[in-house]
Design a protein around this ligand. Structure first.
Ligand code: FAD
Length: 269
């Protein structure tokens, strides 16, 4: 289950409450996102440590764009000293207004660096894109890039969210064909608000199938109908993924417990 590091003390309290509820579902770990360029560095660190102090496994996301080797090394050393055992290694997106790319270009370079400097200290997760990354030159190129991250030492992957189970299954088959055998856990985005979801999806290249988009759009401001329809769609998606052999589910909780909990309960997990 994934959180973002809250910006305000009110957000911190809300996340504590959500976490308490979600912890009852006994997820394998909670991960905490990282603002590319280091904008959330201390907040991510603080949230990760708080989760760990509560007795749960916490996994920081680390993005390497616009970073130096020294700053990444220092951050990983702090996590190692704190006893963190899992990280999500990403390139990240260049923050607007920032032009310096830094010392890493792609996530595979971060994975190589992690393995060279920290050996097997961390279980390393990387990102995967069943509908392909929006900047990839081609789907084939994106698969080669993913394979490069796995060969650099990634233990498993979490996907960008999607609403079309066939895209995931086709991607898994494609990965197996080229010899990628690490577990690839589907990322699940519960549907709470349409405008926010549409904005995210346009930015990250995750397709909202037309029938879902039209239906959500048609509900207008009727939040109850959006949530109810969204729960049906996402529960059916998760059910199909698990039945089809997905090795787990990674929930983008957006720091809210309600939708994830309901989906979990409906799945009978
Ligand atoms: C599970 C998950 C969690 C995320 N968490 C965060 C977060 O906490 N913070 C954040 O800022 N963002 C996060 N993101 C978003 C992510 O940072 C963006 O999608 C980013 O654009 C790509 O990151 P990546 O690690 O997949 O990059 P990469 O694997 O480096 O790929 C980026 C692009 O470059 C291409 N590419 C890769 N290697 C090469 C190469 N050697 N030569 C040419 N092209 C190459 C790929 O095909 C792809 O198009 C997350 C995404 C996912 C799926």
């Amino acid at each position: 289950m994934e959180f973002f590091p809250p910006q305000t003390s009110e957000g911190v309290e809300k996340l504590r409450l959500a976490r308490k509820q979600l912890a009852q579902l006994k997820p394998e770990f909670f991960s905490v996102t990282f603002g590319a360029g280091g904008s959330t560095r201390e907040r991510t660190f603080g949230t990760v440590l708080e989760i760990q102090r509560e007795g749960y496994q916490a996994a920081p996301h680390i993005s390497c764009v616009a970073s130096t080797r020294e700053s990444v090394r220092e951050m990983l050393q702090r996590y190692r000293e704190a006893g963190i055992k899992r990280v999500v290694a990403l390139r990240g997106d260049m923050p607007s207004g920032m032009v310096e790319a830094g010392e890493f270009r792609y996530a595979n370079e971060l994975v190589t660096f992690l393995r060279a400097e920290f050996g097997d200290t961390f279980h390393v997760e990387v990102a995967a894109y069943p509908e392909y990354h929006p900047q990839a030159k081609s789907s084939q190129d994106d698969l080669v890039s993913f394979k490069r991250k796995v060969e650099a030492g990634a233990d498993s992957a979490i996907t960008q969210y999607f609403y079309n189970a066939d895209a995931y299954f086709a991607f898994i088959e494609e990965c197996q064909t080229v010899g990628i055998n690490v577990p690839i856990v589907p990322g699940i985005m519960p549907i709470g608000r349409f405008s926010q979801l549409a904005r995210f999806s346009d930015a990250c290249g995750a397709e909202i199938p037309r029938w879902i988009r039209e239906k959500l759009h048609g509900f207008g401001d009727d939040t109850a109908s959006i949530r109810s329809f969204g729960l049906d769609v996402v529960t059916a998606l998760c059910d199909r993924l698990l039945r089809g052999g997905a090795p787990g589910l990674h929930f983008y909780t957006l720091n809210q417990a309600g939708l994830t909990t309901t989906i979990w309960q409906r799945l009978g997990l």
